[in-house]
Design a protein around this ligand. Structure first.
Ligand code: ADP
Ligand code: MG
Length: 322
């Protein structure tokens, strides 16, 4: 923030992540309301507890459609649409594989290939049936599991932005453990750090400046484990059941809605730089910053943000290579 006016920061830990809210007013009551809102959505969407609306759907897999609240239905509708795109690496029914790998949790190890092969048929998004009129979600095969871990934070970040707007707030930033959503255009814009992969907690490759935009980063350095000299991270390839492996250390998406940012980070992660840039040419509202293992920083385009390189071990490669 390069503004002269004072920014007030409010923090909490929710959804297993550090949450930071920035306001230009000293308003603890509003911050508490925001944290309550985040918790309410977390309670609906989590799959890390026995009960939630999403868990109700999972528990009824292979048995019956389940009625869910309007926001949950809407989010699942978006997640299903993204999963059904041809060659999509986004898959809302990835749950059984995520649970088995336990990446980033205690006791994570590479599952036997036979087990992965058994789980793959339980991750087919074609087997999710939505009924718009009834507002129900039906997983038609037993042992299917929806996992919204890749998009819940983006969805909630957008709801926080909408709520703050309704409250008459003109400028705010919410950071949900890496999903940043911003409201308004303070002098100098909002600055969001781009983390250095595998660096110290506060090490940055550079800084991204935006106004009224979301900045979402997905990186292989966020959650992973190592076994026999290989690294296994938390974004799985639904085609193979193994972590996605390509030239990327991270992908950042700049977009209006954080939900789009979340969906596109996963989609693009599955495609790599060249295909990703080619596809984004037809998506003017969605821009990507790729950080490669070769320490290059590549933009698909840069009309919605500006970028300042901070770590000169990295090389800025402007313009798409595709
Ligand atoms: P983070 O929580 O680190 O921001 P991401 O937004 O990158 O994570 O999403 C990773 C999470 O998404 C995983 O922990 C898992 O719950 C879920 N997931 C993993 N692979 C896929 C996939 N191919 N499609 C959809 N969701 C996935
Ligand atoms: Mg995400």
């Amino acid at each position: 923030m390069s503004s002269g006016s004072h920014v007030y920061g409010y923090s909490a830990v929710l959804m297993g992540s550090p949450i930071l809210l920035k306001l230009f007013d000293n308003n603890q009551a509003l911050a508490s309301q925001v944290f309550r809102l985040i918790k309410q959505y977390e309670d609906l969407l989590t799959v890390n507890r026995a009960q939630s609306e999403v868990m109700n759907i999972n528990h009824a897999a292979g048995r019956a459609p389940v009625t869910v609240s309007a926001p949950v239905f809407e989010l699942i509708r978006c997640a299903l649409a993204a999963s059904l795109v041809k060659d999509s690496c986004f898959n809302l029914t990835i749950g059984p594989l995520v649970k088995r790998w336990r990446i980033g949790f205690k006791g994570d190890s590479v599952p036997p290939a036979g087990e992965i092969a058994t789980l793959l048929p339980r991750t087919r998004p074609e087997q999710v049936i939505l009924d718009d009129e009834a507002g129900t979600v039906f997983l038609t095969q037993p042992d299917m599991e929806i996992d919204l871990g890749a998009i819940a934070k983006g969805f909630i970040a957008d709801r926080v932005r909408d709520y703050l707007k309704l409250q008459g707030v003109e400028q705010a930033l919410i950071n949900l453990g890496g999903n940043v959503q911003t409201l308004g255009s303070p002098p100098g814009g909002w600055t969001v750090g781009l983390k250095k992969p595998f660096g110290e907690a506060d090490a940055l490759v550079g800084a991204i400046t935006v106004e009224n935009k979301s900045v979402v980063t997905s990186g292989v350095y966020e959650r992973y484990f190592e076994q026999d000299g290989r690294r296994y991270h938390h974004i799985l390839d639904p085609r193979t059941g193994y972590p996605l492996d390509n030239e990327l250390d991270s992908v950042t998406i700049i977009s209006t809605d954080s939900l789009d940012g979340d969906i596109w980070t996963t989609l693009i992660y599955g495609m790599g730089v060249e295909k990703g840039c080619a596809l984004l040419r037809h998506q003017p509202g969605i821009e990507a910053i790729f950080v490669t293992k070769q320490r290059e920083v590549i933009f698909s385009s840069a009309s919605q943000f500006s970028f300042t390189l901070r770590d000169f071990d990295y090389r800025l490669v402007t313009g798409s290579t595709a």
